[in-house]
Design a protein around this ligand. Structure first.
Ligand code: F6P
Length: 522
């Protein structure tokens, strides 16, 4: 890579593309003109553009569930027409957004109160997976815009999560949102019933309606909570859970930041949708991000990638992307059910910088595996008084990507030690430990500052990247049978854990562990 930069003074600008202020520099990945051309040919051969158009048009590209994949419709303008089974879904999308806006305004202004007439000061979103990760991530990311009630999120079926969350809250001033696409997910239903008991114990059965709202595609299942119609917000089976933050699943975000800012969030995603639809492949951010990802996975054989936002408010972005990417592209058979002959999605992981530097960057610099890194950095922080801290953040981000690319040779390490006065025998011993091979690929995404619009655009970039990679891998990114298995098994094992069934049909390790835990837990 050092040689590539030396040989080509235009390298940085050749491998840098942008949509407005959102800029991607992938010049530190080992890509040259031939590779770039071949990757573009690969995208053409995989019909990525035709398939993208099919997705946008509402074709049922999720073939194992026979569903359209239309998260793009969730941010379509009011006057757009997108048909599913002959019906324009855009008016339905905007009807729900309008209803959410009215409800959010009511809660934020205090015109909608709790059962005792008190203003709602806290909202608790109960959901898991796509019904949790998007709202959690976005609420944290947009904290400078957060002027509504405080938002809390409960996802884990571990009673500690809901107990710790409710412990600090008062039932009179709390609104609970039950968020579940299917309204059957055991974690969410269990936590929702615990929250219901908490409200009933403090305020009585009649208070439930005033302290709950629900978000689901299965509106018929919401009955148990006896909610009035204006507290139940629907979405549709053509929205995947991990692609649903733009739908009614985004209600806690909207209540936190207000409907206007939520619309700006949708606008950002819409700008990326248009760019993905229109820009030629070589200048198209999701296309090139996907192709670089496919290059690293398929050609270079790297098994994982690290997402490192140098933006503390994007702290949950890696976790969000884990579901988005790994639940989508963690597949072993092709779209027509044949075992894949090449790899599919990589392991996705990460933490914000600079914290990661003091934890796992050692392995990234000198470990035996190469892990491509995706850096994110705002040109401007949100704290004008702390500009010096932002400059330090930028310097760290750029220094890391430079170090990954350049490394340090044995001669450089030895020269440094010599300068410090070390003798040659010692240098021979120590210098090998101070060598960095370099050639460790990274790309950097830069944006002006993290606004609702910028966040919407960034998430949509990654949604479409996952799509591009799925087309190259030849898989269906929109089902998740692997997760369904876990759901079935847990339901089946519960009687064994409780000691109500002997566990026949289960293996001896599982049955004996259940017995051990039961005995120890008494
Ligand atoms: O984790 C599996 C999954 O089906 C995700 O795809 C989904 O986001 C999550 O469970 C929650 O499902 P639901 O919104 O139906 O409760």
């Amino acid at each position: 890579m050092r040689e590539a930069f030396k040989a080509d003074p235009g390298r940085a600008s050749r491998y840098r593309i942008a949509l407005d202020d959102l800029t991607m520099d992938f010049s530190k990945c080992a890509i040259d003109g031939t590779v770039a051309d071949l990757l573009i040919d690969l995208a053409k051969a995989a019909n990525v553009e035709t398939r993208r158009d099919a997705m946008y048009a509402g074709v049922a590209i999720n073939t194992t569930e026979n569903r359209a994949v239309l998260h793009t419709a969730l941010r379509a303008p009011r006057d757009a027409t997108i048909e599913v089974d002959g019906r324009n879904v855009v008016p339905d999308v905007h009807a729900v957004l309008d209803a959410m806006g009215e409800f959010a305004d009511g809660i934020r202004s205090g015109s909608i109160t709790g059962s005792t007439g008190e203003t709602i000061t806290d909202i608790v979103n109960i959901g898991i997976g796509g019904s949790d990760l998007g709202p959690v991530m976005a609420t944290l990311a947009l904290s400078p815009w957060h002027d509504g009630p405080k938002a809390h999120f409960v996802s884990n079926v571990d009673g500690a999560h809901i107990a710790d969350t409710l412990a600090g809250l008062s039932p009179e001033t709390t609104l609970v949102i039950i968020a579940s696409k299917t309204f059957t997910t055991i974690e969410t239903m269990t936590n929702a019933r615990t929250a219901r008991d908490w409200i009933v114990a403090a305020l009585g059965e009649d208070a439930v309606g005033a302290h709950f709202a629900a978000v689901s595609t299965a509106l018929d299942k919401v009955g148990e909570f006896k909610l009035s119609e204006d507290r139940v917000f629907g979405f549709w089976d053509w929205v995947g859970g991990r692609y649903s933050v733009w739908s009614a699943i985004g209600l806690p975000v909207m209540i936190a930041i207000g409907p206007e800012n939520f619309r700006a969030f949708l606008d950002g995603a819409r700008a990326m949708d248009a760019h993905f639809a229109e820009a030629p492949i070589a200048e198209n951010l999701p296309m090139m991000l996907g192709l670089v990802g496919a290059w690293h996975r398929l050609a270079c054989g790297y098994p994982s990638r690290a997402i490192i936002p140098y933006d503390q408010r994007l702290a949950r972005f890696p976790a969000y992307l884990q579901q988005l990417d790994m639940e989508s592209n963690g597949k072993r058979v092709s779209i027509d059910g044949k075992p894949l002959e090449t790899a599919s999605g990589p392991v996705v992981w990460g933490e914000p910088g600079t914290n990661g530097q003091h934890a796992f960057f050692q392995l990234l610099h000198q470990g035996t595996d190469v892990v491509p890194v995706e850096f994110m950095i705002a040109a401007r922080g949100q704290e004008p008084d702390l500009e010096h801290q932002h400059q330090l953040l930028v310097a760290n981000c750029l220094a890391q990507s430079e170090a990954f690319m350049k490394g340090r040779t044995y001669e450089e390490a030895a020269a440094q030690l010599r300068d410090k006065g070390m003798d040659e025998a010692q240098i021979e011993k120590i210098a090998p430990h101070r060598v960095f091979t370099g050639n460790r690929p990274s790309l950097t995404l830069v944006y002006e500052t993290l606004t609702p619009y910028a966040l919407g655009r960034l998430i949509a970039l990654y949604e479409h990247r996952v799509f591009v990679e799925a087309q190259i891998f030849g898989i269906n990114a929109y089902d998740q049978w692997g997760v369904e298995l876990g759901k079935e098994l847990a339901t089946d094992l519960l009687p064994v854990v409780k000691g109500e069934a002997d566990g026949s049909g289960h293996d001896s390790s599982t049955v004996e562990l259940a017995g051990l835990i039961r005995k120890m837990g008494r």
